[in-house]
Design a protein around this ligand. Structure first.
Ligand SMILES: CC(=O)SCCNC(=O)CCNC(=O)[C@H](O)C(C)(C)COP(=O)(O)OP(=O)(O)OC[C@H]1O[C@@H](n2cnc3c(N)ncnc32)[C@H](O)[C@@H]1OP(=O)(O)O
Ligand SMILES: O=C([O-])CC(=O)C(=O)O
Length: 378
């Protein structure tokens, strides 16, 4: 058994998967063999979920049935609204809220007692979790602002319904397309840290809710999903500083800061999702007549490429895009979770089919053979 330490498990292959293909040198990403550029703007989040969970694109009638199944599960138990209201009153961080409420949802799940690897029960749980998370987040966002939650509408698709519940207003076509594409692009990405964390949890034959709860906690960190809100805070700091974006970023880099939205464990080139999200960020800037956030982003990208050889990841252009949609900055990471939950579930479904306990080792570098001294003699 080798004692070589692979810090951060970099480059270690721990399993096989048919879900997403990533070529980090070519900057390519595909779900189940389909390149994201071919479907990101043309397939809805519901279709992508169906592809990830079932292996094939749904036909129109399959898509409609699946979308209706999800739409049917959007309501929350009144106890869950009470929990969200309590957390909103305490002004907890939205990711901590999401993690807490997600865990609580298992208490209300009618398949809670099913065997952890029961595929039918897991598909049903997966639909309920995915359908309820947007209701949870929108209710929280409204309650903390002193507004009543807006009931979900079953006649709206997943993306449109979330924006409707958040703003109490039907979104326009541009907002729906933008948000739906963001959901599609964030849905899966190989064994990223949060997906891996879900898989570690369910490799013990723990249940789907536990896996998703572990994953939300992992996504929250600033090195992973938490980076998107830090990107927007950086753009706001630049705006407030009175400095140009290039000058600001140069000072930050010279000061040894890590720039959110740049660098990646797998991509050595530009993240292909960033290219698509950039077009939406640019378009929204033009639509609202304020290209500032997009222009700052472009200037930062140029500097980072020239001076650091680093390219943007998925969290970089999504920040200015969500901001221009009027979404509160601390909701960006929970929105990432609303999408990635589909990928987490897909990976757990895949793993349950052929599961083995995930249990690596650490090389022990501490003392050995020390003599025990009882407490009375210490
Ligand atoms: C959805 C996602 O999770 S995408 C990633 C979101 N996270 C971020 O955007 C946070 C900023 N980025 C980072 O911190 C890193 O690039 C990570 C965490 C994404 C990847 O980390 P790792 O693969 O461990 O790379 P590592 O931290 O070893 O970085 C390699 C080198 O690039 C530098 N580097 C990497 N990212 C950045 C950055 N954002 N800003 C400045 N320098 C950076 C490191 O300082 C390091 O330089 P060194 O070798 O001279 O010390
Ligand atoms: O794959 C990763 O390590 C991070 C990432 O881009 C994602 O989870 O979408």
């Amino acid at each position: 058994m080798s004692d070589e330490v692979k810090r951060g498990l970099e480059g270690v292959v721990v399993s096989e998967s048919r879900l997403s293909y990533i070529d980090g040198d070519a900057g390519e990403l595909g779900y189940r063999g389909y390149a994201i550029e071919d479907f990101a703007r043309r397939a809805s989040y519901e279709e992508v979920l169906s592809l990830l969970w079932n292996g094939e694109w749904p036909t129109r009638s399959e898509r409609d049935a699946f979308a209706a199944r999800l739409a049917d599960q959007r309501n929350l138990d009144p106890d869950v609204y009470d929990l969200i209201a309590n957390l909103a009153e305490r002004e907890v961080d939205p990711m901590a809220m999401l993690r807490t409420v997600l865990s609580a949802l298992s208490a209300y799940d009618e398949d809670a007692d099913a065997a952890p690897d029961d595929r039918e029960a897991n598909m049903a749980k997966g639909c309920r979790i995915t359908a309820k998370l947007p209701t949870v987040l929108a209710a929280f966002a409204r309650l903390r602002d002193g507004d009543d939650p807006v009931d979900p509408r079953s006649d709206l698709d997943h993306a449109a319904n979330f924006l409707y519940m958040l703003n109490d207003e039907e979104p326009d076509e541009v907002a729906i397309e933008t948000f739906d594409t963001a959901l599609v692009l964030h849905a899966d990405h190989g064994l990223n840290a949060s997906t891996f964390s879900a898989l570690v949890t369910t490799s013990t034959m723990s249940d789907l809710h536990s896996g998703v709860t572990s994953a939300v906690g992992t996504l929250a960190g600033p090195l992973h999903g938490g980076a998107n809100q830090n990107v927007m805070r950086m753009l706001q700091e630049i705006d407030d500083s009175g400095k140009g974006p290039r000058e600001w970023i140069e000072d930050a880099v010279d000061g040894g800061e890590r720039i959110p939205g740049f660098g990646h464990r797998v991509y050595n080139v530009r993240d292909p999702r960033a290219a698509i999200l950039e077009t939406y960020s640019e378009r929204l800037g033009e639509t609202v007549g304020d290209p500032r956030w997009y222009e700052y982003s472009v200037a930062i990208e140029e500097y980072m490429a020239e001076e650091k050889g680093l390219a943007p990841n998925v969290d970089f252009y999504s920040a200015s895009m969500y901001y221009q949609m009027g979404i509160p900055v601390d909701l960006y990471t929970p929105i990432f979770a609303l999408s990635r939950v589909g990928g987490w579930i897909a990976h757990m479904l895949e793993q349950y089919e052929d599961s083995r306990l995930i249990r690596p080792r650490a090389r022990y570098v501490g003392d050995r053979n020390r003599e025990f001294v009882p407490i009375e003699e210490r």
